[in-house]
Design a protein around this ligand. Structure first.
Ligand SMILES: [Fe+2]
Length: 284
C-alpha cells in the first residue's frame, strides 16, 4: 500500500473496479460478479432514502466502495454547499468508502448549477482559491480527497501554467490526492494540441490514487468525453504509459451513457486488467 500525502491510503481497493449503476443492481445482487470494488456516484444518493440506499447496503456487504461526486464545485466562487457536504459526510459514515473524489472544476455561479464540469483558469489566483476550498472540504469530511482532471473544450487567455502544472500545484497546496482520468487527458490533449505524455510526466506520482478510463466520441474537429463508448486505442496506449510512471494505481472503467449489459463492462475491465498485468510485470 502506498501512502499519499495527506494520509491518503489508496490501495485498499486494488485492481480494476467498475462504476455501480442502478440498472445493474439486480445483476450484481443476484450474481455477485468478481469485481474488486465499485465506485459509487454519490450525487445519486445524497439526501435520498428508500430503495437506492437499500441496494447500496446490500452490495456494500460484499464489495468495497469508492465514492465519486460531481457536486462539490470546488473551483466556484459560490460558498461551499454545506448541505451537500453534510449529506456526503452522512454517506461516508454509513458506507465507509476507501476514497472520496470530485473534480478540479467549477459547476455553479451565482447559485445556479450549470451541471457542467467547467475548467478553471490556470493561474496562481485560482490555485490559491481552489486549494483553500479543498482544504476546507477535507477538514469538514475529516479525510483527504482526490481531485480529478476534467476534459475541456476551452482555455483561458490568461492561463499562466499548463493544466498539469496547475493540477500539481493545487494538489501540493491542498495536500490532497489526484484522480487521473486518462481519457480526459487524451480528449483535452487532442482538443488543445498539447502532449498527453508531458501531462503524465508533470504529475507527482506520490499523489495519484486512481485512474479513470472511458470512451470519447470523435466529433471531427474535436473529441467529446461521453462515457458512452468502449475505451479507444489512444487511451489504452496512454494508460500503458501511466502504469509505467505511476505503478499499480486502482483503475475504474467509467461507462455512463449507452450503458451496456454488466458483462460488457466486465469485458472492458478484463482488457484493462491484462494491460495492467503486462505493464506491471515489465516494470518489475
Ligand atoms: Fe473520470
Amino acid at each position: 500500500m502506498q501512502e499519499l500525502h495527506g494520509g491518503v491510503r489508496a490501495r485498499s481497493c486494488s485492481g480494476v473496479g467498475l462504476g455501480l449503476r442502478a440498472p445493474h443492481y439486480a445483476y450484481v445482487e443476484e450474481h455477485r460478479p468478481e469485481v474488486p470494488w465499485f465506485e459509487v456516484l454519490v450525487d445519486n444518493y445524497i439526501g435520498k432514502g428508500g430503495a437506492a440506499l437499500h441496494h447500496l447496503e446490500t452490495i456494500r456487504s460484499d464489495y468495497p466502495f469508492r465514492f465519486h461526486g460531481v457536486g462539490m464545485s470546488l473551483g466556484s466562487t459560490d460558498p461551499l454547499d454545506m448541505s451537500y457536504l453534510a449529506g456526503l459526510r452522512a454517506l461516508i459514515d454509513r458506507f465507509e468508502p476507501d476514497t472520496v473524489s470530485d473534480h478540479l472544476c467549477w459547476t455553479s455561479v451565482g447559485g445556479i448549477h450549470t451541471h457542467e464540469l467547467l475548467p478553471l483558469p490556470c493561474v496562481e489566483e485560482a490555485v490559491a482559491h481552489v486549494a483553500a476550498r479543498i482544504d476546507r472540504v477535507q477538514d469538514y469530511l475529516g479525510r483527504p480527497i482526490l481531485v480529478e482532471n476534467v476534459s475541456s473544450y476551452l482555455t483561458y487567455r490568461d492561463d499562466a501554467f499548463t493544466e498539469w502544472e496547475f493540477l500539481d500545484a493545487v494538489a501540493e497546496r491542498a495536500d490532497c490526492g489526484v484522480l487521473l482520468d486518462i481519457n480526459n487527458i487524451q480528449v483535452s490533449a487532442h482538443n488543445h494540441g498539447f502532449d498527453a505524455h508531458a501531462y503524465l510526466q508533470g504529475v507527482d506520482p506520490k499523489r495519484v490514487g486512481e485512474f479513470h478510463l472511458a470512451g470519447y466520441e470523435d466529433q471531427g474537429s474535436y473529441l467529446l468525453d461521453t462515457h458512452g463508448e468502449p475505451v479507444h486505442a489512444p487511451v489504452w496506449e496512454l494508460y500503458r504509459a501511466a502504469l509505467r510512471r505511476f505503478g499499480a494505481v486502482p483503475t475504474l472503467i467509467e461507462w455512463d451513457t449507452n450503458l451496456p449489459k454488466f458483462e460488457r463492462l466486465q469485458e472492458e475491465a478484463d482488457t484493462a486488467r491484462i494491460i495492467r498485468a503486462e505493464e506491471l510485470a515489465d516494470a518489475a
